[in-house]
Design a binder for this molecule. Sequence first.
Ligand code: ASP
Length: 349
Amino acid sequence: MPKKKILIIYTGGTLGMGYKIRGDENSPLIPLDWSEIQNSIHIFSHEGYFVKEKGIEFTFHKFNEAIDSSDINPLHWIKILEIIEDNYFNHDGFIIIHGTDTMAYTASFLSFAIQNLTKPIVLTGSQLPVLHSRTDAIQNLSNAIHIAASDLFGIKNIPEVLICFNDKLMRGNRATKSSSRDFSGFETPSFKLLGDLNEPIKINEDLILPIPDGKFETHKKYDTGIIVITLFPGFDYKYFDTIAEDKNIKAIILRTYGNGNAPTDSNFINCLKNLVNCGKLLFNISQCIEGEVLTEKYNTGKKIDECGVISCKNMTLEAAITKLIWLIGNIEINLIKFAFTKNLKGELY
Ligand code: ASP
């Protein structure tokens, strides 16, 4: 079998962090340069199992400046797209080391921006730095390598953007960070896991997206003219007027209650109608972590439906936001409703 080539893209995140004041565990964690941690990650070394026994060739690409993923912005996503594009045809799989805070946003954006992906792109990170004595980084990286070099381990090739964390393999645009302390940090609340990486590894093969035939390409345009509003009892509708006047805002995601329900108050309904009349796209997503928008169930849902609010169905908030960032940047505004409600990359039912 020819050698497997895996590209490791290091962006930063807790996996690669160390204390700001060396040796002082009370000082804040800061991202370290890849050169400061690479030698501690023995699974990448020439003497390690993956290189020595499996013949995997790792190549590395690090961000010029490693970042905490709370500092991620779309320019970093474009950078990642460029790195993948430049290396796509001479690698078999990609692992992106990323902070957990915004990992689900990055994974979701990449899933929409990459067309005709035939190879695995696996995002992973850890809750404790790789230099910590109880780190979860090695287990997460090792699992990610199994998925990225799949057939070396008898695993089906998964041509998707994935998150691999604590023995769970998740579709990236279905995942959300659920804990800042538990080693099992991520969930896919309205979807099944793509794989259970316990012993033995079990992949839900029937859920994996088919290998596409078209030409691999990345679409790098984006537009962040979106805001997200969480409804709460007593929310002051006057803020909608400010939003209606702001030309840069093209879409508003309303985080509604339960099955997509919202107040029936005529002042609220009129504000929504006014936003639609001003050319804004309105979207309905539930504040519930699990479940879906089913506005026909209650009158309180039907009312906002009648204003032309578009359902996010059972998408994660991260998927809905990044799908809009990507769609608004790439297609005509009048086509967005149609494209948004379509299942593009397995992000909704
Ligand atoms: N703040 C860190 C980050 O997102 C958290 C982590 O990696 O777990 O970069």
